[in-house]
Design a protein around this ligand. Structure first.
Ligand SMILES: [Zn+2]
Length: 67
């Protein structure tokens, strides 16, 4: 059950996001579980917000530089 809402603000664009997770999964993550194992139901861009604080758009901007 996704009974916990994580409020996240992207550190680059300041957009806020609400991520619905299971509180037990969040505890597991805080105890060192990998985000992809703790939150398999989140989109990779949503997990990125939890891991790095960047939303999907900003993460892509940062890593798709294209010289
Ligand atoms: Zn962003």
């Amino acid at each position: 059950m996704r009974n916990k809402i994580i409020h996240k603000t992207c550190i680059a664009c300041n957009k806020s996001y609400d991520l619905a997770v299971n509180s037990e999964d969040l505890e597991r993550y805080e105890q060192g579980e990998y985000a992809q194992n703790a939150f398999p139901y989140l989109a990779s861009s949503e997990r990125e917000l939890i891991i790095s604080g960047l939303c999907g758009d900003c993460f892509n901007d940062l890593f798709e530089t294209g010289d």
